[in-house]
Design a protein. Structure first.
Ligand code: 7TS
Length: 415
């Protein structure tokens, strides 16, 4: 079946770019990496960009007037322009480097949220969110006294947009904070439509792009989102680096979060004034090598084209879902017609952790657990799922190995 598969690019060449994919997982058992929603693997171009930086131009940025510091600063700021272009932001000043999605959401909560939310206000999150888009708002709500509401999920794994309409009409909604694509259900939420509805009601929208920016073309101007957050490590870039995009007027009006070097204009013992954007939100020495690695990842993905990556992942996911449907006693969660490259599932009478362990013995790396989405698993009334998640380098042959391992796992448990 997998022999009829159409690749939008030369898959063997692409796979050759990722050194980690070519090792045995156990002696004689090749690695089949299907845990990409947790973190993707890195191509040589990204590893080498960081290596070259450390070997040839490392120095601190934005301070020295010596040649190395100028070269490091140029490389760092060049990466910012690459990210700006990648998500179609109007200005490089709208690109703030963070440690990742989690930090981006906390930054918005602690700056925009702390300055603007008060008792009587409503923030809408959703039942399907990752904990990073729930907990920062719970912490702030306890302090500021606003109301946090969670948009329900319908049985097909999509959001209840009728409830959304009602809340926007009837409640004093100040912010909608929603994931673009679910890390469990795969659902791709209609965030452009949700943004328009939020704006019509006078609310802002934050989009968690952790599971969308790595996988499909994302244009912040056509989505018209107020904030977008994502993590480098899920999109072929290093760990420890992520992005907060914000509309310039909002970022200008927001107070800073972390105080320290680089984020100030002038400091006296009586008080301080803030640096211009984006530096106001980048206190201290940043993750310079990781930013340069992110720039290289953006180059890599762009050269391949996000449209092609998306097309490939759609095909792989469709194939995996078809093959999973053949396996008896397997339930897959989420039936949205718009879905990303994840398949979370349970196997009757086998705990998700045991499924993952048995697959691991066959070389297949998947994640098991609640995937940092406990409220969603409560809604699904299951303690845990196993999850296969795909990226640009996965092949239908790998899906076949995964499915064969799943049959073997069931056989092992039946004994
Ligand atoms: N939002 C979504 C939708 C995510 O999937 C994740 C990570 C995060 C936020 C947090 O990203 P971080 O880089 O700040 O940690 N999701 C997962 C996952 O599904 N398995 O491991 C991490």
């Amino acid at each position: 079946m997998s022999s009829t598969f159409d690749f939008p690019y030369e898959i063997d060449t692409i796979r050759a770019d990722f050194p980690i994919l070519h090792q045995d997982h156990h002696a004689g058992v090749p690695l089949v990496f299907l845990d990409n929603a947790a973190s993707s693997q890195k191509p040589t171009a990204v590893i080498e960009a960081m290596n070259t930086y450390y070997r040839t131009i490392h120095a601190n940025v934005h301070r020295g007037i010596h040649k190395l510091s100028e070269a490091a600063t140029a490389a760092y700021e060049d990466a910012r322009k690459k990210v700006q272009k990648f998500i179609h932001a109007k200005s490089r000043r709208e690109i703030i480097f963070t440690r990742g999605t989690t930090e981006g959401i906390n930054l918005v909560a602690q700056t925009w949220g702390r300055a603007n939310l008060q008792p009587g206000d409503v923030v809408i999150s959703t039942v399907m969110e990752h904990h990073s888009n729930i907990v920062p708002w719970q912490i702030l709500a306890a302090e500021k006294g606003f109301t946090l509401k969670y948009l329900p999920v319908l049985p097909d794994g999509t959001l209840d947009l009728e409830q959304y309409t009602r809340w926007l009409r009837d409640e004093n909604v100040k912010l909608v904070t929603v994931m673009h694509a679910s890390n469990v259900l795969g659902t791709v939420n209609p965030v452009a439509k949700m943004a328009q509805m939020a704006h019509d009601a006078g609310a802002l929208i934050l989009v968690d792009g952790a599971q969308s920016v790595p996988h499909l073309p994302v244009d912040v101007q056509s989505l018209d989102c107020d904030f977008l957050v994502f993590s480098g490590h899920k999109m072929a870039a290093p760990t420890g680096i992520g992005v907060l995009y914000g509309k310039r007027d909002l970022l200008e009006a927001m107070p800073p979060w972390l105080g320290g070097g680089d984020m100030i204009s002038r400091v006296t013992l009586e008080g301080s004034t803030w640096n211009e954007l984006p530096y106001k939100f980048e206190a201290g020495t940043p993750a310079i090598a990781e930013v340069i690695g992110l720039g290289a990842a953006v180059d890599y993905l762009s050269a391949l084209s996000m449209e092609k990556i998306h097309a490939h992942e759609q095909a792989i996911t469709r194939y995996a879902l078809e093959r999973l449907a053949e396996v008896p006693n397997v339930t897959v969660y989420g039936q949205s017609s718009e879905r990303g490259a994840v398949a979370a599932f349970t196997v009757k009478n086998i705990h998700a952790h045991d499924v993952a362990q048995l697959l691991d013995a066959e070389g297949v790396a998947v994640r098991a657990g609640h995937h940092c989405a406990m409220p969603l698993h409560d809604f699904l009334a299951i303690p845990a799922t196993a999850r296969a998640s795909f990226y640009l380098y996965n092949t239908p042959q790998e899906v076949d190995i995964f499915i064969a391992a799943l049959y073997k796992a069931q056989k092992t448990f039946a004994l």
